[in-house]
Design a binder for this molecule. Structure first.
Ligand SMILES: Nc1ncnc2c1ncn2[C@@H]1O[C@H](COP(=O)(O)OP(=O)(O)O)[C@@H](O)[C@H]1O
Ligand SMILES: [Mg+2]
Length: 232
């Protein structure tokens, strides 16, 4: 899964990881969460010829496509991007009852699975916070997320769930997400002497050997690059 995608990831993962997996990609704004997901998915799809789905709820597709072009990530046709950033406006017009957005996303996933079958192997949701902000009823979120993540596993998908997270805080928003997922990747930004450095750290990854160190994450000319570990 991770091998042959972003250069340098082999410094972190000593064994590869298999689907199904639900992995949280967490970090503050600008920590490259979106870029990380697009880059890894694009390279994985190029390598395998499989199909993927990227659901964006926060930043419009157009802006993401431009950002990826700027950092040298060439998107592939097999990565379908579903832009539902304008859902709130549509919702106000067609539906006063309030849509269950988790179910809505499950429908999109089922549709992609029907279309591509076993070829559909990778999915990203960007972001969980944006999904929650659309939901009026936020009761029982732990239970609902538990069943949503199980639904993703039943489809045998490798999933990246983007989640905003203040540096140093727990990886949980409304539903103990950090406990429910199989993997937890933390992206962070360090400010030292006026210089910004970005880092990637794997906090949790079930059934996979990985280092626990923070590694520098850089934007290269063909996307992201993972550099050596940080020794503090
Ligand atoms: N060539 C580059 N070198 C370093 N940083 C860049 C480069 N191009 C874009 N960026 C930064 O990456 C940020 C976008 O990262 P993004 O993946 O959208 O982060 P997140 O999803 O975590 O908010 C931009 O705000 C910009 O500051
Ligand atoms: Mg983003």
């Amino acid at each position: 899964m991770f091998k042959d995608t972003i250069p340098g990831l082999e410094r972190i993962f000593t064994t590869d990881t298999e689907s199904p997996k639900v992995v949280l990609v967490t970090g503050p704004p600008g920590s490259l969460k979106t870029s990380f997901c697009y880059d890894i998915m694009t390279k994985y799809l190029e390598e395998t010829g499989n199909s993927g789905l990227y659901v964006t709820l926060e930043e419009p597709k157009k802006s993401q496509v431009k950002n990826m072009k700027d950092i040298g990530v060439d998107l592939v046709d097999e990565l379908q991007i579903s832009d539902i950033t304008d859902l709130r406006e549509i919702d106000q017009i067609v539906d006063e009852e309030g849509t269950d957005y988790v179910e809505f996303i499950e429908d999109i996933l089922r549709h992609r699975k029907d279309e591509k079958g076993d070829q559909f192997t990778i999915f990203a949701l960007d972001s969980l916070g944006a999904l929650y902000s659309l939901m009026e009823n936020r009761e029982n979120m732990r239970k609902r997320m538990f069943s949503f993540f199980n639904f993703l596993r039943e489809l045998n998908l490798y999933c990246f769930i983007v989640m905003e997270r203040t540096q140093g805080s727990e990886a949980n928003l409304l539903g103990d997400e950090g406990f429910l997922v199989d993997g937890l990747i933390s992206l962070s930004i360090d400010r030292k002497k006026g210089k910004l450095t970005r880092y990637l750290q794997v906090e949790k990854m079930r059934a996979c050997n990985h280092t626990m160190e923070k590694h520098a994450l850089e934007v290269g000319k063909d996307g992201l690059k993972v550099l050596g570990p940080l020794f503090e």
